[in-house]
Design a protein around this ligand. Structure first.
Ligand code: HEM
Length: 118
């Protein structure tokens, strides 16, 4: 478990962050369409994977690599930026410190090349 994972509140903190992020992503005009046909369980599992990548917590990836999982989805840089920004704002709203929020952003930046194909 990383220090970042602890800083966000461990499993409970991550659960809270997932719920908040989930609500914001589906309600978002730009991000919503990507997730429209994805059922709730998969969506929650997506959010957990996303946060796990963000915090270096336990790997919950189902086996498909990130590039495989997103191939064909035509995800744009703008969408990637937006989901990362939505997460960072949510963490700040949950009281996560500035430094930790910035480190989450840096960590996610490293997987951009595997996700963005458009
Ligand atoms: C750091 C960023 C991201 C991580 C770590 C991540 C993680 C994942 C993982 C692990 C899966 C596979 C889920 C499974 O096989 O059960 C997945 C699928 C998917 N991702 Fe992402 N994702 C990221 C960014 C994005 C972005 C920016 C979008 C769109 C704006 C997106 C949209 C999707 C969609 C639509 C699926 C397919 C859902 C499904 O049917 O299972 N992801 N993602």
């Amino acid at each position: 478990m990383t220090e970042l994972y602890d800083e966000v509140g461990g499993p409970d903190g991550v659960r809270t962050a997932v719920a908040l992020l989930y609500r914001r992503v589906v309600a978002d005009d730009e991000l919503g369409p990507w997730f429209r046909d994805v059922d709730l369980d998969r969506l929650r599992s997506h959010q957990r994977a996303f946060l796990s990548a963000a915090f270096g917590g336990p790997q919950v990836f189902s086996g498909r690599g990130l590039a495989d999982a997103h191939a064909g989805l035509e995800i744009t840089d703008a969408a990637f930026d937006r989901i990362v920004q939505t997460l960072l704002t949510s963490l700040a709203d949950l009281g996560v410190g500035h430094g930790a929020v910035a480190r989450v952003g840096e960590r996610l930046e490293r997987v951009r090349g595997e996700i963005v194909t458009a």
